[in-house]
Design a protein around this ligand. Structure first.
Ligand SMILES: C[S@@+](CC[C@H](N)C(=O)[O-])C[C@H]1O[C@@H](n2cnc3c(N)ncnc32)[C@H](O)[C@@H]1O
Length: 254
């Protein structure tokens, strides 16, 4: 007797994902229409394609994922490239494609495949242009992919920015507590560590640079548990500023 095949797990998606799919469908339809109207060849690339279908949280029914939507866009794309790391999902994508010979399915890491195999096919001189959806769950997309797309001058990106992963694991109030692994993941997606300057804005105050959460350097340097004494701004500070000779009282600043 043959073993029953393990069933592929579909993602259950919320309203926000359904809305994203709807926006993308409308955009893709306009994209193919405009490109074809200009005698260009529209190509669709899905770097984090998923299984091609999901379960709606709201209705508990099966709904189309981004690859299935792309296959149904009118006027149609001329070529499709679907990538997913999960081999079962890639097999399902192949099933969706049926015997269409303009659909290419890849099972592997899109950070490598997009740069080495897929983007080089979108040649400017052959009037090819691509709409590339990058929809990772989290910080799984390399900055190098975005850079390669920009350099191609033929590939337009539709990026689902992984704000939740960033907020939950990296952009903490106390950056010193973020793990090395999470800093590395953020650098991988951002391209370098310049996100630190963007995320943690410093403002000059009478007492030196101030954190985004309103604490000055003397406050940050204190051992934990002693910070409240430094909260800024307060009437206390005004008198301290005068007492310590840091400058004029706040009301007198020019
Ligand atoms: C959010 S889902 C994609 C949903 C799909 N875009 C849609 O709207 O129907 C993200 C997918 O990326 C895949 N994935 C994760 N890391 C990957 C990688 N490095 N390369 C390719 N696929 C990856 C996961 O297996 C998952 O199926």
């Amino acid at each position: 007797m043959t073993e029953p095949k393990e069933r592929m797990r579909l993602d259950e998606v919320g309203d926000w994902s359904e809305l994203k799919l709807e926006i993308l469908k409308k955009y893709a339809g306009a994209y193919t229409k405009i490109l074809r109207g200009n005698k260009l060849h529209p190509i669709y690339i899905d770097g984090f394609a998923g299984a091609g279908e999901h379960i709606s949280k709201r209705t508990q029914k099966s709904i189309a994922g981004s690859p299935r939507n792309a296959l149904e866009i009118e006027p149609p794309f001329e070529e499709f490239h679907f990538v997913d790391l999960n081999p079962k999902r890639a097999t399902n994508l192949q099933k969706l494609a049926g015997d269409k010979d303009n659909v290419y399915v890849y099972s592997g890491d899109s950070n490598a495949l997009l740069i080495s195999k897929i983007f080089p096919r979108i040649r400017y001189t052959e009037y090819k242009r691509a709409l590339c959806l990058l929809d990772p769950y989290g910080l799984h997309l390399s900055w190098e992919v975005l850079k390669a797309a920009a350099e191609s001058k033929t590939i337009e990106i539709f990026l689902n920015f992984p704000v939740m992963d960033m907020n939950m694991n990296v952009l903490w109030r106390r950056p010193e507590n973020v793990t090395k692994e999470n800093v590395a993941r953020m650098n991988f997606s951002w391209g370098d560590d310049s996100w630190k300057n963007a995320a943690y804005k410093k403002q000059e105050t009478l007492f030196g640079p101030e954190d985004e959460d309103g604490r000055d350097r003397r406050c940050r340097d204190r051992p934990q548990g002693h910070e409240p004494r430094c909260a800024l701004p307060s009437r206390d500070h005004r008198s301290r500023a005068v007492r310590e000779g840091h400058g004029r009282p706040f009301g007198a600043r020019r």
